[in-house]
Write a protein that binds this ligand. Sequence first.
Ligand SMILES: [Zn+2]
Ligand SMILES: [Zn+2]
Ligand SMILES: [Zn+2]
Length: 141
Amino acid sequence: MSNKIENILHQKKMKVTPIRLAILNTFSKNTCRPKNAEQVLAQVQKRDNSVNLVTIYRNLISFEESGILRRIDLHQKSIHYELTAHHHHHIVCQDCGEIESFENCDLGALDKKLLKQTKKFKQIKSHSLEFFGQCKSCFKK
Ligand SMILES: [Zn+2]
Ligand SMILES: [Zn+2]
Ligand SMILES: [Zn+2]
């Protein structure tokens, strides 16, 4: 795991530092677990409690700028981040915050349709889309 993280940093020509490794390690590569800065901090502090929130924010922003992380708006108070590695969408429970991911995206056709309609754009490079609703256990309450 941490070897792969090191490779990501090398690819982006970012220096491998303990704090960068610790932060990226909180984002598991295979499961979708978007995290906000506080959640990342809580996990990093388990190993090193000298780390503060400002450091976490600064690093999250630089990971976003380099394209390692992307930010997602889950309609919650804080911005969430996750690895850009694989493309997917989310459905979020508006009551309890439960998140499920959708791995199969068939919005390619919509991208094409949009390109036919747009007057000002030549290319669509990415899209993001999240769904909001109520999970089964909140629905029962
Ligand atoms: Zn996700
Ligand atoms: Zn719920
Ligand atoms: Zn998609």
